[in-house]
Design a protein around this ligand. Structure first.
Ligand code: ADP
Ligand code: GLC
Length: 495
């Protein structure tokens, strides 16, 4: 099948979070299934630099952009970067300037990206290739289904699948943006583009895409409820028949302690010896007291409300005060949370090691060197770090929500006896509940002479969250979207 996969980030071209991991590893998995999948991304400076075999190509006649064609590093996935200097050639990250403020022209930038995707889909750039299906991701690509809406264009169009990676980011802009972007005025109503008097890119996709997916079965259910639907639960309920929860996979070529290039010592379930060397290396790197026995708790993530860093601080403070744990953190985001994290490190020198910023190798080193991984997210569409930590023998402590609930088996006495436990989960998302889960975890760790801790590690390490099952699920969904005529014709020609 010819699939155009559109995303605003993809590892290792450009990454701010899990969307980049998925936008690289899912296309690669589809490619391994012999699908003709190609990736399209905005041509940010970093992406242009990292593209393999980069070759410029003209865009459509009179378009303000050109293409940079190449390959995703380490894969055979073809990539088209939309090289639109006015919109994408800037320092800072894909969505915001270095001072953390969103780019003021994000509506124009990502409407431009959407129009470029549509132009590619219609082969206006002369690639001699058109997709049968476009897989869109998050609000940055949200206008594409609308722009391709058949009643409006009157031409045969590719089918669209839209994946919600995070409903908290909706691409909301002032009402006047509708006109500025030349979008149809008759779509200005709550059943289409209007969201409480704002223009919503996310809603455009939820209304017009042929199918909608999100990144775990539990999150797919949660977002249809008012409590987690971020104001869009009604729209999602209306489309319940077309909404599917497909769990993200892990690319174990990048995230496996047996072959990880970033860590001090490699190890696996068959030989756990290297884990201690990684703990010692992490303690050294982050200025923690060298101590093989003290439980070292790790955290990696964007520092935003969603991730519950404030809960983590509050629940860990008494444990730090009592000298019972060490903490290793890497992350960046909201300034208040960054400052609070820095303050915690200053209050407990040698016990809290922090790096504020984005550091891919350090993320791997924390997964490998910590004894426990903390993920007290208030909500979590899927979450990848807990999946990585399972493979690294670092049992996760998670709030039982979204993808965290779908992937971590709580170490209850029953699950421990049955040998199915892989981590610790708690609910509700309170300091007390997190504190309770930490006590259970520290208790089991302290009693590790009885073998149950090692069993917990090994059970998690053996779980397979690779892409096989999920890539098959996406492929089956893509096939269902193709027009009936062509499906029947294919079936007939196969006879
Ligand atoms: P989200 O997409 O909500 O940020 P995920 O758990 O799905 O959460 O994915 C986060 C990804 O981003 C992981 O690959 C994680 O290692 C990475 N990451 C997040 N923050 C940092 C950071 N400060 N340094 C390095 N990697 C980070
Ligand atoms: C989002 C979500 C995260 C998910 C990732 C990739 O950023 O917050 O839970 O794992 O996208 O789908």
């Amino acid at each position: 099948m010819r699939i155009l996969f559109a995303s605003s980030e993809a590892y290792s071209l450009v990454k701010t979070g899990g969307l980049a991991d998925v936008s690289a590893s899912l296309p690669a998995a589809l490619r391994r299934r012999r699908q003709d999948v190609r990736l399209v991304l905005p041509g940010y400076p970093e992406a242009c630099r990292n593209l393999v075999d980069a070759t410029p190509r003209p865009g459509p006649d009179n378009a303000p952009w050109q293409l940079l064609e190449g390959r995703l590093p380490g894969t055979r996935v073809p990539v088209y970067l939309i090289d639109w200097p006015e919109y994408f050639q800037r320092a800072g990250n894909p969505y915001s300037a270095s001072n953390g403020m969103d780019w003021p022209d994000n509506a124009q930038r990502f409407a431009g990206f959407a129009r470029a995707i549509v132009a590619l889909a219609r082969d206006e750039a002369g690639l001699d290739w058109t997709p049968e299906l476009i897989h869109l991701n998050d609000w940055q690509t949200g206008l594409v289904p609308l722009l391709l809406d058949p009643e409006r264009t009157g031409i045969e169009r590719p089918r669209t699948v839209f994946t919600i990676h995070n409903l908290a980011y909706q691409g909301l802009f002032p009402a006047s943006t509708l006109q500025e972007l030349n979008l149809p005025a008759d779509l200005w109503h709550p059943e289409a583009l209007e969201f409480h008097d704002q223009l919503s890119f996310m809603k455009a996709a939820l209304v017009f895409a042929d199918a909608i997916t999100t990144v775990s079965p539990t999150y797919a259910r949660e977002i249809q409820e008012p409590a987690s639907g971020m104001g869009l639960d009604g729209v999602l309920r209306a489309r319940a028949a077309d909404l599917h929860g497909i769990l993200n996979g892990v690319d174990y070529r990048d995230w496996d302690p047996a072959r990880d290039r970033h860590i001090a010592a490699r190890y696996s379930a068959d030989d756990l010896a290297g884990k201690a060397a990684n703990k010692a290396a992490l303690q050294t790197r982050l200025g923690l007291e060298p101590d093989p026995d003290i439980p070292l708790l790790g955290h990696v993530g964007r520092m935003v409300e969603q991730k519950g860093v404030d809960l983590l601080h509050a629940a860990c403070t008494p444990l730090l005060e009592a000298g019972r744990i060490q903490l290793a953190l890497v992350g960046s985001g909201q300034k208040d949370l960054e400052h609070a994290t820095g303050a915690l490190a200053r209050a407990y020198p040698g016990r809290v090691g922090v790096h504020i910023g984005y550091d891919e190798p350090l993320a791997h080193q924390i997964e490998a060197g910590a004894d426990l991984f903390l993920m007290p997210s208030r909500f979590e569409p899927c979450g990848l770090n807990q999946l990585y930590s399972l493979r690294y023998g670092t049992p996760p402590v998670v709030h039982a929500t979204g993808g965290l609930a779908d992937t971590v088996v709580d170490a209850t006495p029953d699950h421990l006896d049955a040998g199915t436990a892989t981590g610790f989960s708690f609910s509700p998302d309170s300091v007390a509940a997190l504190g309770g889960a930490l006590e259970r975890a520290l208790g089991l760790y302290a009693a590790r002479g009885d073998g149950r801790w090692e069993q917990l590690m090994r059970t998690g390490m053996a779980r397979d969250f690779g892409w096989n099952a999920s890539a098959d699920a996406y492929l089956a969904l893509y096939r269902e979207q193709l027009p009936r005529r062509s499906r029947r014709a294919k079936a007939a020609s196969a006879l």
